[in-house]
Design a protein around this ligand. Structure first.
Ligand code: SF4
Length: 440
């Protein structure tokens, strides 16, 4: 979501005829886009602002410095008072007010633009998306859930769904520009309701998957309590839907889930996993987990570990609880000592690594349809892409290889974090994109 916000901010600057430069000392305008999901965000911002101020004193640039994103929303005018480097702050619900903020600064003001309008402007045509063949499309802004640990509803405001027709139109335009895969974005994306037609998330997925020329449609993040049987049935029939389901469970303990205000039990979560797997047997599941939530006992943690072991997630994002301002859990007294939480996280990651390794090894000998992204970060001779289930696949380049092509790759090896393969133009990938090849 922040990556897309950065593209929106960059697009507005480009629309004002600014061009990207390589360093702060060449820039007229520097914007910091920030996340405040975890602690220390404000300290990091202040330290970065100190560095920028140092450059500014030495070179006279940048002329304007703005702070955007969730730290801007959280701190607002307080940060203007704390840092003389800052000319304005702009919350994530006010991105479309960037031109007005720049104009105010040009007129000699220092401004704080935060809060949320009843409807969010969304300047889709201005987004500076670059050349990538995978792109994000916002579906819902904000969140109404108020999980007790989470700052998002305070920094991104109330949930508001975009009209279905706008999402489809944006997808069509992206595909016409050469995009192959779109990822639909929302904090609780499966709570989607079209404000004009009342269509739900299953309807939206169906419409987006029917856009001509789209190769794959992914989405993040779903909330376990918003899946309905109708939605899961809709998903099961969609050939272009990605085989990647990110469904955060956060804790395997009912006591902790209740304190988190998550709105489901362990049993309900496991039942949902069963329904999703029955409908989408090729999908890998991914999840978010918080360890060391206030009051988490060893038994609570063991319940989390057991759930991860039972579900066997293809990816797991684990975090130590981080108390956030304004949130109820930030004030809960029974904190878990940091070293205990860190040790639990290590045990969770150790389990997850072994699960991922075995899931990836099970793919050896299959053929995967891969959207080629470009040269891999590591290993100059390797290229990288992702299959329909979002797994990273590395492979040697072939003559004529190009980013954005969809190519069959035979999986020849695996680590916990990626598959390794070879181009296999003769192999036919199945609808699932994962075909086991006949034994030689
Ligand atoms: S549903 Fe997600 S974004 Fe919303 S409050 Fe809960 S954790 Fe935060």
């Amino acid at each position: 979501m922040n990556a897309l916000d950065s593209q929106r901010l960059a697009g507005i600057l480009i629309d004002r005829r600014l061009v990207a430069v390589d360093s702060v000392d060449q820039a007229d305008v520097v914007l910091l886009n920030t996340c405040s999901v975890r602690e220390k965000a404000v300290q990091k911002v202040l330290s970065r602002l100190g560095e920028i101020q140092h450059v500014r004193r030495a070179t006279g640039r940048p002329r304007v410095v703005g702070l955007c994103g969730c730290v801007a929303e959280q701190e607002g005018a307080r940060l203007l008072a704390r840092s003389s480097a800052l000319d304005f702050v702009l919350g994530p619900g006010r991105i479309s007010s960037l031109p007005a903020a720049l104009d105010a600064v040009a007129g000699g003001e220092r401004v704080s633009v935060t809060g949320f309008a009843p409807t969010q402007d969304y300047d889709a045509h201005l987004i500076a998306r670059g050349q990538g063949r995978r792109q994000y499309v916002t579906v819902i802004h904000g969140c109404n859930q108020h999980c007790t640990f989470c700052i998002v509803p305070y920094t991104r405001g109330h949930e508001s769904s975009r009209p279905l027709a706008d999402v489809v139109q944006e997808t069509r335009r992206l595909v016409a520009d050469g995009v192959r895969e779109v990822t639909l974005l929302g904090q609780t994306i499966n709570a989607y309701r079209c404000p004009s037609s009342g269509a739900d998330f299953g309807d939206l997925l169906r419409e987006v998957c029917h856009v001509d020329g789209v190769w794959r449609v992914q989405f993040v993040t779903s909330h376990p309590k918003f899946f309905t049987d109708k939605m899961i049935d809709d998903m099961a029939g969609l050939e272009k839907l990605g085989h990647y389901l990110h469904v955060p469970f956060q804790s395997g303990s009912d006591v902790i889930l209740k304190r988190m205000h998550r709105g489901y039990t362990r049993e309900a979560y496991l039942a949902l996993v069963g329904r999703l797997r029955a409908a989408l047997p090729n999908a890998i599941m991914s999840t978010d987990v918080i360890v060391g939530f206030p009051g988490e006992t060893e038994d609570d943690f063991l319940a989390t570990l057991a759930l991860a072991d039972q579900v066997r997630f293809g990816q797991l994002y684990g975090f130590i609880f981080s108390p956030r301002p304004k949130t109820p859990a930030g004030r809960y007294p029974d904190r878990v000592p940091r070293e205990v939480a860190a040790e639990r996280l290590e045990r969770l990651f150790a389990l997850q690594n072994s699960v991922q390794l075995s899931l990836n090894q099970a793919r050896i000998g299959t053929s995967v349809e891969v959207l080629v992204d470009g040269p891999a970060k590591r290993g100059a001779t390797l290229w990288q892409g992702r299959g329909p289930d979002n797994r990273v696949v590395n492979f040697p380049a072939w003559e004529g290889i190009a980013a954005g092509e969809v190519a069959p790759i035979v999986v020849t090896g695996a680590t916990a974090h990626a598959l390794l393969g070879q181009h296999a133009p003769a192999a036919t990938a199945s609808r699932a994109g994962q075909t086991r090849l006949p034994a030689a």
